[in-house]
Design a protein around this ligand. Structure first.
Ligand SMILES: *Cc1c(COP(=O)(O)O)cnc(C)c1O
Length: 383
């Protein structure tokens, strides 16, 4: 029987740069007394991110939810937006706050993203956009989604909170669709403690989002639309610059961790790794498996509990499904009968500990524990 970890292994650890660089930046900020409103740190981070992500137009905001909310607002949509139930609450809440009706579409069992084969049947006169989520950093079927959008004259928005740095078909993920949101929350791959951005492919839209995040002000004396305050402050932007310096090294470490997991999980029945697509460079934000109860001998929920006994902490992303939120219960598209794959997957997915500091020996041990749980589950059953 494998031994329990002495100290808890969390599901993730925020990426934190060595402190001196950040302290120096805070000192600069204090000296200049410019604390927020597009200061030097903000500009430097924006340039750095455009460079790293290979994006022309990007607007920084104070969190990913505001990025989505204001990004959607900038498109002047109305009516219905087709989206996925298998996502974080913020995705559909950003629609709610724009008075848009989510229409839930089932997901693809392999990529876990919106099932492109089921989108067209949900389009009505009221549909104005498709909101896809690149779940666990794997791209949606962006080309086919664009074809559908072109045919019906719809906007395409992506929640790219998991897709920081994802490259697909040789192009940065934000090239696809009308806009892509990123989250820089502490638990995401790249963080500014709290923060986010909207990437767009057009300078006018970028400008509009810049105004929306600053109360809809066009200049000091003109307020052109109903905006909000969603500005990223200088201290967080400054820390973000320091995090950005170490991001590539972190991703290289995570790539190795992913490969180690894959090697040691490969032969355990009922454990399937969510793999990346062939022509994709993944973000390396999460490491995720699906537990097939029949083959593994135990449900995902029990595996989650058992791992805790070994001091290994995992997460059941995204449980519950957004379609199960109380305020959507009158929607036809939210009924479980219409979302069979999402309802199956939500009981199978488990994200395992994943962060650059995680030692290869610890990963081996986590895999050994999972294997032991599997073997014991079978034994308990046959007794
Ligand atoms: C984290 C996350 C968000 C919200 O981003 P915040 O920066 O926390 O507001 C939205 N969508 C998905 C898929 C996320 O994982």
């Amino acid at each position: 029987m494998p031994e329990k970890f002495e100290n808890p292994i969390p599901v993730n650890k925020p990426l934190i740069p060595e402190i001196n660089g950040s302290l120096k930046r805070i000192e600069e900020i204090f000296n200049t007394k410019w604390l927020t409103n597009n200061g030097e740190q903000h500009q430097e981070l924006e340039t750095g991110l455009k460079d790293y992500l290979n994006i022309d137009y990007l607007s920084l905001v104070n969190n990913g939810t505001m990025a989505l909310l204001l990004g959607i607002k900038s498109l002047d949509l109305n009516g219905e937006v087709i989206t996925t139930p298998f996502t974080f609450p913020a995705t559909t809440q950003a629609l709610d706050w724009n008075n848009l009706q989510p229409v839930f579409c089932d997901i693809d069992p392999i990529t876990l993203n919106i099932d492109v084969n089921k989108i067209e049947s949900l389009i009505t006169e009221e549909t104005s956009a498709i909101l896809g989520v690149h779940v666990f950093g794997n791209p949606c079927d962006v080309e086919r989604i664009q074809k559908i959008a072109d045919k019906y004259n719809l906007k395409v928005i992506y929640d790219g909170a998991h897709a920081f740095g994802t490259i697909y078909n040789g192009k940065p993920i934000s090239t696809y669709g009308d806009m892509t949101m990123f989250s820089f929350h502490a638990t995401k791959l790249f963080n500014t403690i709290e923060g986010g951005a909207v990437a767009v492919n057009d300078s006018l839209l970028e400008k509009k989002i810049d105004q929306l995040k600053n109360f809809g002000m066009i200049n000091k004396e003109e307020v052109g639309m109903s905006g909000l305050n969603a500005k990223l402050n200088e201290v967080q932007a400054g820390i973000g610059i320091e995090v950005l310096k170490i991001i590539q090294y972190e991703r290289i470490k995570r790539k190795k961790i992913k490969e180690t997991y894959e090697k040691y999980l490969k032969n355990i029945p009922g454990v399937r790794v969510i793999t990346t697509l062939e022509n994709e460079e993944n973000s390396y934000q999460y490491f995720v498996v699906k537990i097939n109860e029949l083959e593994f001998g135990m449900s995902r929920d029990l595996v989650y509990e058992k791992l805790k006994e070994y001091n290994v902490y995992t997460r059941k992303y995204f449980n519950p499904l957004c379609s199960d939120f109380p305020w959507y219960q009158n929607l036809d598209s939210a009924k479980s009968i219409n979302l069979p794959t999402a309802h199956r997957i939500v009981n199978e997915v488990l994200t395992l500990p994943f962060y650059g500091e995680l030692e290869l020996e610890a990963i081996k041990k986590i895999c050994k524990i999972i294997e032991y749980i599997h073997k014991n589950a079978k034994k308990e059953k046959s007794n």
